[in-house]
Design a protein around this ligand. Sequence first.
Ligand code: ADP
Ligand code: ASP
Ligand code: MG
Length: 422
Amino acid sequence: MWVEGCLSAAGTVPAVALLVQKFGGTSVADPERIREVADHVARCRRRGDDVVLVVSAMGKETDELLRLAGEVSDIRPGREMDMLITAGERKAIALVSMALAAAGVESESYTGSQAGFLTDTNHTNAKILEVRAERIRDAVDAGRVPVVAGSQGVSTERDVTFLGRGGSDTTAVALAHELRADACELYTDVSGVFTTDPRVVESARKMHRISFDEMLEMTAAGCPKPAMRSVEYAHRQRVPLHVRSAFTWEVGTWVTEEDPDMEHAVIRAVVPDLSEAKVTVGGVPDRPGIAANLFRRLADADINVDMIVQNASEGGITDISFTVPHSELDTALEICEAKRAEIGAATVTADPRIAKISVVGAGMKSNPGVAATMFETLAEHGVNIEMISTSAIRISCVVAESEADRAVQVLHDVYDLANTDF
Ligand code: ADP
Ligand code: ASP
Ligand code: MG
């Protein structure tokens, strides 16, 4: 069903625009979806818009390729992994381009390398150094729709590189900036950015707008959409982002600079994150240099430590707990075990079954009591808080994983997010 055209209700896009449109895996999961995307692009072209597409691998193909690699070998050289993973997007761009031809739209597919994405040599997680988008610009000028493979490029060593999971959002933002596009539209399987994960809370509401600062805090707190790197990039380069549905095509959520007229709800979103585990180093002597020693070693191993809590010491002995991504837990534990004797700690334990629940909103800067309400609400529902951390516009609590959904639901209720219109 076509509810709205390509243009926004926010009025930030001119009548005829240059749009970068990115389609995620679910949006191009099968031939029917690909044809629907092509029909949508054809409608945009008829309205007079210029369109550049960025496409992810179909459905769960990236996961499937990663699984295959694991079945073949434990040795996964970065160069070969990137050659493998980028095949997913390569297949998708060719199919989308063919569907566009069938819909009467002239188009051409481009790999990341052909589209001018020059990256560093950091395989499986490469950074964009430069986008030489002349070829894409020429194709647009010639009236064609370029279809660019997301999340990939070519390194300074001339090898194919992958930008990491969720990297297609970053490809789209970088291209939108380079082409000075009027908007970067991220099409996905939900109709925008919601007050919480709509899969967890049925009454979650789509936001009309959100500021970059709040969106960044949400993604840092674990919201999967849009990918955090793409939001940082868009914020830095002032690329207007529009998160919207590839299923209903309705107007979605605009991520923009904060403006003075923006209505300030105190809390805008509740963000669950089940991707981290907790490590506790127990019985540590409470003296200078212990934390420095341990966390320097973890940093040197590229472990992404998120929350850290040190207990008040009793008799000169204390505990240090911190959270790390599940994927880095084994390495973090090995490092802590290895350091145990040196720092004089008694125990190293892990709890992988935790959830971090965050509330985010710029309004909390000028409204005291947000933390108190959060803690009271969790307490009233018997949810024990294991760790707490805050920023100027975010409060995060670690709770047991089994309590996560309930915690999200009651916090969504207490801040009345289902009934707020922003
Ligand atoms: P894509 O593959 O299209 O890039 P993702 O699958 O990475 O998109 O992310 C979209 C998913 O993010 C949605 O299906 C939704 O369930 C989930 N999600 C979690 N929290 C939110 C939120 N606050 N707003 C919107 N979507 C969210
Ligand atoms: N297909 C890749 C992934 O799933 C890149 C992307 O979709 O952004 O991570
Ligand atoms: Mg995705």
